[in-house]
Design a protein around this ligand. Structure first.
Ligand SMILES: [Mn+2]
Length: 392
């Protein structure tokens, strides 16, 4: 990974040669008592320097980049092992200097009259999750240093992260290939419960040093009509459909793939809906090229879905585009990268290097049927390429 061009591009995107960007590593989060959740690095920090440990703050100016990190003390060396040497961290992150975290407050004090830019993450709608406290701790630190001029670095970071470089595309391509492979080798006959299919996927990922980029959905029968079903606890139907939405994550980048698989002999209706959604996905993918917006692709897809639903008599002849929302309440596409719902403005025209999902679905709770087919594509100079396909 080439991190220093990203930091230079960030200062350029902000458009202020005197800017100081400060980004904190995520904090560890308590699971219970003295057990933590698996650590997940802050995506912006990872993007800018690739550092993978907590207790670190990166500062970037036009002239210099410094990563302040906490080095292990004697107690931590005993329990958790030693930290990497400053030389090794500098080599991996390509920053100009690596300093102890204890030196950060003095550095901030010396730059207190500058214009600071800090990524300000907000909690997504519908989420009751708490923000990682690293963000407010950094804000407190800036305040103690007497820094008053603080702007949001998120729009500039989103602008950069939206267009992936070749290294990033390769990682998402690999993650998609690992995900599709794990889906291809699922042994449906040996599984009686949803969690047993989830376990097969996890084992296949773990065997290749991948993990899940988000909680896997294994939804048998009517559970597939629950859009973010994550319990994965029910008995699988002996015949019918199972919707699986899963993404392997490696080196910080995740895939996001959905398949609606059959168990035993599906009904003609079930087969029909799966093939219809697969066909609508192919048509949507064919429309993706530089210059078009996600909104335009989604609108053309809704027109396809409306006509299909009318021919299947799911909607009557007088139905309009917005009536397709009840059949498919989620969006067709989102950006994909370090985050499964990655950053970036959706009103911008697509350009080469943008990675997005294409995930048409249809949900009929009264028929206990939910179907979704999802793949990940990268925009190319003349169209797009579906990721995770085996090289011929
Ligand atoms: Mn998705």
């Amino acid at each position: 990974m080439k991190y220093s061009p990203r930091r230079n591009n960030l200062i350029d995107a902000i458009g202020d040669d005197d800017a100081v960007v400060a980004v904190s590593a995520a904090h560890e989060m308590q699971r219970s008592s003295d057990v933590n959740y698996p650590f997940r690095q802050d995506s912006n920090l990872r993007y800018l320097c690739g550092y993978e440990r907590p207790q670190a703050v990166l500062v970037v100016t036009k002239e210099v980049s410094v990563l302040f990190v906490e080095f292990a003390d004697e107690e931590q060396r005993l329990w958790e092992g030693d930290s990497d040497s400053p030389e090794r961290i500098q080599q991996q992150t390509q920053v100009d200097r690596v300093e102890p975290l204890a030196a950060l407050d003095d550095w901030l004090g010396e730059h207190a009259n500058k214009q600071f830019y800090v990524p300000q993450t907000v909690r997504p709608q519908l989420s009751s999750a708490q923000l990682n406290a690293a963000q407010s701790d950094l804000a407190d630190r800036l305040s103690r240093a007497g820094i008053k001029q603080i702007k949001d670095a998120s729009p500039a970071l989103a602008q950069l992260r939206r267009v992936k470089d070749a290294d990033e595309i390769k990682l998402i391509d690999l993650a998609a290939a690992v995900t599709i492979d794990a889906l291809d080798v699922l042994d449906m006959t040996s599984a009686n419960y949803e969690y047993q299919l989830a376990a097969q996927l996890s084992a296949r990922f773990g065997d290749q040093n991948y993990q899940h980029g988000y909680p896997v959905i294994v939804a048998g029968g009517a559970n597939a009509t629950v859009l973010h079903y994550q319990r994965n606890a029910a008995q699988l139907p002996s015949e019918g459909l199972v919707l699986i939405d899963v993404g392997a994550e490696g080196d910080g980048y995740t895939a996001d793939i959905s398949r609606t698989l059959t168990i035993g002999t599906p009904t003609r209706r079930q087969q029909q809906l799966v093939s219809v959604i697969t066909e609508l996905q192919a048509r949507a993918i064919a429309r993706i090229e530089p210059g078009i917006t996600v909104k335009e692709i989604a609108r053309a897809f809704r027109q396809d879905l409306l006509e299909t639903a009318q021919s299947l008599k799911l909607l009557d002849k007088s139905a309009e585009l917005k009536d397709t929302i009840e059949l498919m309440p989620h969006g067709l596409s989102h950006y994909l990268g370090l985050d499964v719902h990655d950053v970036g403005a959706y009103e911008l025209p697509l350009e080469p290097g943008v990675v997005l999902t294409v995930e048409p679905g249809i949900y009929l709770p009264e028929e206990c049927i939910g179907v979704r087919v999802e793949d990940d594509v990268v925009v190319t100079t003349d169209g797009c390429r579906v990721l995770g396909q085996k090289l011929q």
